[in-house]
Design a protein around this ligand. Sequence first.
Ligand SMILES: CC(C)=CCC/C(C)=C/CC/C(C)=C/CC/C(C)=C/COP(=O)(O)OP(=O)(O)O
Ligand SMILES: O=P(O)(O)OC[C@@H](O)CO
Ligand SMILES: [Mg+2]
Length: 235
Amino acid sequence: MPTLLDAIIQASKSNKKLLAVLIDPEKFSTEKYADFIENLPKSVTHIFIGGSTVTAEESEVCVDFVKAKTNLPVILFPGDKEQITEKADGILLLSLLSGRNPEYLIEQHIKAVPKLLNADLEIIPTGYLLLDGGNQSAVARVSKTQPIDQSKIELIKNTALAGQMMGKQLIYLEAGSGAMIPVSEQIIAEVKKDLNIPLIVGGGIRNTNQLEKAYKAGADLVVIGTAFENGEFET
Ligand SMILES: CC(C)=CCC/C(C)=C/CC/C(C)=C/CC/C(C)=C/COP(=O)(O)OP(=O)(O)O
Ligand SMILES: O=P(O)(O)OC[C@@H](O)CO
Ligand SMILES: [Mg+2]
């Protein structure tokens, strides 16, 4: 079995685009999500589970339920170490490289070690960059960090490349859940140019047009939460 990361790298190399649906355990209920998971579009390749403000119990209940309903890989995308549960297949171990809050650069990771050490979870070191999506995001609020302005393309690019040089295996460009303005195509293209690890893009993507634009610009995997959560994704 290739690892989760190998499969993402392979897809990136062969230009097979990936799509993750983000499920927020805070908004999860078994009634709402039973149908939801069974009726996911065929283009969905991954399930991400996480939120900025989720309890350990909410996370575990949600992962358990989703794992039982689908064979798609289930990857934790946690805003906090409390959300780690061994029931998932893997975890994006995010380091918030756009911010300057040590808690989200290294401290959460140190605190997560006892849980991660013996857990049967594939750990995927991920450089996470929060960009300004035109409205205040939960990530900015929770992490107490400033997003990078989307006009600062050089800074964004160098931050992503610094992440790669430091050994991150994925770069995630985030405009914030519910962003008014998704990550621009120009930013995606510029970051992708010198990057040789897969690129994830998310935040504010609500329709096929925006999704295709992100792919065309160079996103390997796109994450959609809010639009699917509200049944508002426009094809
Ligand atoms: C090291 C471990 C275990 C965790 C990582 C901790 C870090 C660095 C987190 C980065 C900052 C952060 C708070 C990320 C949250 C990412 C996330 C799951 C966003 C999803 O969107 P929501 O914040 O739930 O948005 P809504 O307001 O739409 O619910
Ligand atoms: O909820 P949306 O806006 O789709 O954002 C998805 C994800 O990138 C948030 O972390
Ligand atoms: Mg959420």
